[in-house]
Write a protein that binds this ligand. Sequence first.
Ligand code: AMP
Length: 211
Amino acid sequence: MRLVLVGPPGAGKGTQAQFLAAHYGIPHISTGDIFRANIKENTPLGQEAKAIMERGELVPDSVTNAMVKDRLTWDDAVNGFLLDGYPRNVLQAEVLRAVLAEKRTPLDAVLELAIPNELIIGRLSSRRTCRACGQPATPGAAVCGACGGELYQREDDREEVIAKRLDVYQEQTAPIIHFYRTEGLLITIDADGEISEITERATSALARVKA
Ligand code: AMP
């Protein structure tokens, strides 16, 4: 299964991606996680991305596209992958289509997690993330449910940055929904509800797509 997960910040992409990647036995490739890991390691890529991410803006396409192109050559991605947080604008979507066309491995589906705007801000401002493994925490948990690590609030989950990220989503990312609808790849599910319910909606919708 070659899958893209799309939706506004706070739609639950990271959470659903973990379950869906395990369900289909494919790697979860999150560009945000890769950038955060690079920031933690203080690599040149991390140094370039840090201030941009803290402002809630997008890292330049040239950097992001090259990073994803390379990641897709890893052995674990030969039988499929789940991209989370990429593509984030139409140019990235076009580059991804070209990269996959060259390998003759087009996308199988693009899953949109749709959520009412009024739920997003509350979800994001209360969200906590594991400092050790980067997984989103269960709401109200004291430590990470996956590894027991310490939880923290991402710099870009502060309220003043959230507004910027939502604007960036509307202006730059939302147009890819139309792009993928036109390509016949878009599947939209309601992302409001219990985590397990949403996973169930996703797997039922994806069962109609070739595995
Ligand atoms: P995320 O973890 O997906 O919410 O991403 C966090 C931040 O990483 C974003 O607000 C951007 O600054 C950066 N980022 C992640 N994915 C991309 C992408 N595909 N293109 C550009 N910037 C990205």
